[in-house]
Design a protein around this ligand. Structure first.
Ligand code: G3P
Length: 217
C-alpha cells in the first residue's frame, strides 16, 4: 500500500520524503490554512520534494469553474492532481479534466454509491473519509471494504485513497481492506514507527551489552 502525507507543511513532508516514505501528498483548503502559506507557494515547494501525486483542491462549485481551476493547478507542476468534491458538478469537472489528461481525486466521499459514480466519471483517485464517518458512529472502514470490492468486481482503474485517517490502526485496517493508498497526517505516521516493546528491547539490549563488557572487557 502506498502512503501519502495529508499535510501542506513542507518541513514535515521533507523529513519523511528523505526516507523515501512519501509516495504522494494530499492537501485541502483547511491544510493550506494550517500551513500559513499561499496555496501556490506551498504546492510548488511540495511538488519539488515529492515526485508522486500531489492533490490540490479549489473551492469553485460549478463544473466549468472547477475545470478551469484544475487546469490552472495542473499547470503548476507535472505531478499535480486536481481534487474535486463529490457532487454532480464535481463529476462533470472530472470528466472534463480527464479528457485533457489531467488527473483527479474525488474527495468528501461518504458512500459506496458515490464512489461508484466517481469511478464511472473517470476519477484517478477516490477519497473515502473514514475518520469523519467514525466520528458520527458509522464504520468508515466498512465503506473502504465496499469500494474496494465494487472496483474489483468491475475492474475500475480508480485508486482507493483512504482519507481522514486518525490512527495507525486505521492505516493497518485500510491496508487489510485492500485500499491502494492511505493518506496519513504526519503525527499518525510518527506513531507508526513506535512500539513500547521496541523501546524496552533496545534499553535491555544496551544494559546487557554494558554488563557483558564489564564482565569480559
Ligand atoms: O485529505 C483530507 C482528509 O484526510 C481530511 O481529514 O481529519 O480533516 O477528517 P480530516
Amino acid at each position: 500500500m502506498k502512503i501519502f502525507l495529508d499535510t501542506a507543511e513542507a518541513d514535515k513532508i521533507r523529513r519523511f520524503a528523505e526516507m523515501g516514505m512519501v509516495d504522494g501528498v494530499t492537501t485541502n483548503p483547511t491544510l493550506i490554512l494550517k500551513s500559513g502559506r499561499k496555496q501556490k507557494d506551498a504546492i510548488l515547494e511540495i511538488c519539488k520534494l515529492v515526485p508522486g501525486p500531489v492533490s490540490v483542491e479549489g473551492v469553485s462549485e460549478k463544473a466549468k469553474d472547477m475545470a478551469a481551476d484544475g487546469e490552472e493547478f495542473a499547470s503548476w507542476a507535472a505531478n499535480v492532481v486536481v481534487k474535486v468534491p463529490m457532487t454532480e458538478e464535481g463529476l462533470r469537472a472530472v470528466r472534463m479534466l480527464s479528457k485533457k489528461g489531467i488527473k483527479t481525486n474525488v474527495t468528501l466521499v461518504f458512500s459506496a454509491a458515490q464512489a461508484l459514480l466517481a469511478a464511472k466519471a473517470g476519477a484517478t483517485f477516490v477519497s473515502p473519509f473514514l475518520g469523519r464517518l467514525d466520528d458520527v458512529g458509522e464504520e468508515g472502514m466498512e465503506l473502504v471494504r465496499q469500494i474496494v470490492a465494487i472496483y474489483r468486481n468491475y475492474g475500475f482503474k480508480t485508486s482507493v485513497l483512504a482519507a481522514s485517517i486518525r490512527s495507525p490502526l486505521h492505516v493497518v485496517q485500510a491496508a487489510l481492506a485492500g485500499a491502494d493508498i492511505s493518506t496519513v497526517p504526519p503525527d499518525v505516521l510518527e506513531k507508526m514507527f513506535r512500539h513500547g516493546f521496541t523501546d524496552a528491547g533496545i534499553k535491555k539490549f544496551l544494559e546487557d551489552y554494558n554488563s557483558a563488557k564489564k564482565k569480559t572487557g
